[in-house]
Design a protein around this ligand. Structure first.
Ligand SMILES: Cc1cc2nc3c(=O)[nH]c(=O)nc-3n(C[C@H](O)[C@H](O)[C@H](O)COP(=O)(O)OP(=O)(O)OC[C@H]3O[C@@H](n4cnc5c(N)ncnc54)[C@H](O)[C@@H]3O)c2cc1C
Length: 559
């Protein structure tokens, strides 16, 4: 019999993985291994909020995926960045803290996912946060994840807030109470002007625990099964194939693109897909890789009458020096707030209901998200439909674990999605025409005043729309035959295996996905530990001083 040196193995040291690593190792009783394909999060560009532009196309810290040519988007292949380092996408994301709407989670529960209503998930959001607003009915102040108000006010964002008021959208100081309607400043995952990824918030405090072992540059290539039970994982580290065994559970936290890929590589997935790549079926699970959902952002760009934009500050050497100094002295200014400061949630489709579009307002303009700022005073209104009906998929390119999976987003495939997207663009234009903005925004650069009528706006969306980086739902939880996990996130029909990341969302939440993933991992940790205590997953004996970081990862600064 092989002795399992670990109780839990977490695959993927990303947003969810770092939360799990902390919570599962906290009581000192369980031996935890976390494998992360990327390197440690040492790059200063990760930790400086404005570094977003630098990590967006980084060769090492970013997987840099592309979708297949999208027939609904003019056959364009759309760039899908994903974090590839400790903290995963929370180390490279736009830092915006949004939980979604109360109704998103009540909908999950209504679909049969008991324990996932807003009332059920709120305590996990609260537990995770150290909110600079302080503790309250909707917020926590004692958690590890810093969520900070943007202290500074920007003339442009103030004008947007005033303009939205003319359209009947109220000012909001908090988008995270479950009720989103409003316009205001986002809160950011920052602590004193530096990024607070889950690696910073959760992994750093746990790094000296003797029962937590983290291996970076360690890419899982498949699960080891004995019958229908997962007992370990194969991975490549420093060019060498290795195996690790788990006495209790393997937890897949490789994200919405690679968790389904790893399941399929291990023979767990749709039979036809496995057969196409000559992979023996360990357990047929037709829903693996299906149900892919994402938010499509449409970016409108404006010239601004005054040199008050981040473009202006970044253009000159003096401007750069000034904002650098501002950050060093006060931990504030453009370097501390990243890209998007202002947000707006409203309803643009007819009839009653909750907000169906979200805006990100940037005091900066560039040809693409994360691209170089324009050499003129510019700003961006990005709008996305919050609950798209279109569904895509993740499938295998080949049985090679180092090949990127095949991703198809299938944006704008339904009439509702097309209508809502066009209405969102029209709302942006109404906003730009309000009193407070009319004179400040001198020209609509994109789509441009000549783009008129719904058909032309839809054509603009198809020609220029891009991801707002929220692929989800590819291992969705549920109770029907296409569900991949149950409500405790255990993979249907396979023992010793859970999925805990963005892929378990049955439907995409109305907003950014990082905070929901942290909530999912917080809740999953509690379920995993409670199942372990109840003996429903065998747990081996107590920790025996495994050390924390593997030697290669130990070199240099702490995590
Ligand atoms: C550019 C960008 C901007 C975004 N902006 C925001 C924002 O402002 N606000 C917000 O809330 N959300 C934002 N998001 C989305 C949000 O960050 C993600 O939805 C969330 O972080 C996903 O968490 P996850 O745990 O599912 O996956 P990830 O955090 O991506 O973690 C997966 C981890 O698994 C690792 N991995 C993958 N395969 C393997 C393998 N085979 N072996 C070992 N390790 C593996 C990866 O390297 C990665 O570290 C953004 C995302 C991106 C990419």
């Amino acid at each position: 019999m092989v002795v399992a040196p670990y109780d839990f193995i977490i695959i993927g040291g990303g947003t969810a993985g770092c939360v799990l690593a902390n919570r599962l190792s906290a009581d000192g009783c369980h031996r935890v291994l976390m494998l992360e394909a990327g390197p440690r999060d040492r790059s200063p560009w990760i930790h400086l909020p404005i570094g977003y532009g630098k990590t967006m196309f980084h060769k090492t810290l970013n997987w840099g995926f592309y979708t297949e040519p999208e027939p609904t988007m003019g056959d364009r292949r759309i760039y899908w960045p994903r974090g590839r380092t400790l903290g995963g996408s929370s180390s490279i994301n736009g830092l915006i803290y949004v939980r979604g709407q109360r109704e998103d989670y009540d909908h999950w529960a209504a679909l049969g996912n008991d324990g996932w209503s807003w009332k059920d998930v709120l305590p996990y959001f609260i537990r995770s946060e150290h909110n600079t607003k302080g503790a309250g009915p909707a917020h926590g102040a004692d958690g590890p994840l810093w969520c900070s108000d943007i202290g500074q006010r920007h003339e442009l964002i103030e004008a947007i807030i005033a303009g939205a008021g003319e359209l009947g959208v109220p000012r909001s100081d908090d988008f995270n109470t479950g009720d989103q309607e409003g316009v205001g400043y986002y809160q950011l995952f920052t602590r004193n002007g530096r990024r607070c990824s889950t690696a910073v918030a959760y992994l750093r405090p746990a790094r000296t625990r003797p029962n937590l072992h983290v291996e970076t540059d360690a890419q899982a290539t498949g699960l080891i099964l004995e019958g229908r039970r997962v007992v370990g994982v194969r991975y490549r580290r420093n060019g060498r194939m290795q195996e690790a065994r788990a006495g209790a559970e393997v937890i897949l936290a490789a994200g919405a693109l690679q968790s389904p890929q790893l399941l399929m590589l291990s023979g767990i997935g749709p039979q036809e897909e496995l057969a196409r790549h000559g992979i023996p079926v360990a357990h047929a699970l037709p829903g693996v890789g299906a149900n892919l959902q994402d938010h499509l952002q449409i970016r409108l760009m404006y010239r601004v009458a005054k040199p008050i934009t981040t473009n202006d500050e970044l253009r000159s050497l003096w401007g750069k020096a000034r904002i650098g100094l501002q950050w060093l002295l006060t931990r504030s200014g453009p370097l501390a707030v990243g890209i998007n400061q202002g947000g707006l949630f409203t309803r643009v489709m007819p009839g009653p209901g909750t907000p169906d579009v979200q805006f990100h307002f940037a005091t900066l303009s560039a040809d693409m998200a994360g691209g170089a700022p324009h050499p003129w005073s510019g700003c961006t209104f990005s709008v996305c439909q919050l609950r798209p009906e279109s569904r895509g998929s993740v499938t295998l390119r080949s049985a090679d674990p180092f090949a990127a999976p095949v991703m198809r987003a299938n944006y704008l495939a339904t009439e509702t999605d097309r209508l809502c997207t066009v209405e969102g663009i029209k709302f942006a234009r109404r906003l730009a025409a309000t009193g407070p903005l009319r004179d400040l925004l001198t020209e609509e650069v994109k789509p441009g005043a000549e783009t008129e009528g719904d058909a032309a706006l839809l054509a603009f969306a198809r020609a220029s729309g891009a991801t707002i980086f929220h692929p989800s739902g590819t291992c969705r939880m549920g109770t029907d035959p296409l569900a991949v996990t149950d409500v405790r996130l255990r993979v249907h029909g396979v023992g010793g295996l859970r999925v805990v990341d963005c892929s378990i969302m049955p439907t995409l939440v109305s907003g950014n996905t990082s905070a929901p993933v942290v909530m999912i991992a917080e809740k999953a940790s509690e379920m995993i530990l409670s199942d372990a205590r109840a003996g429903s997953t065998p747990i081996s004996v107590a920790a025996q001083g495994l050390g924390t970081f593997s030697e290669a990862a130990r070199e240099g600064s702490p995590v």
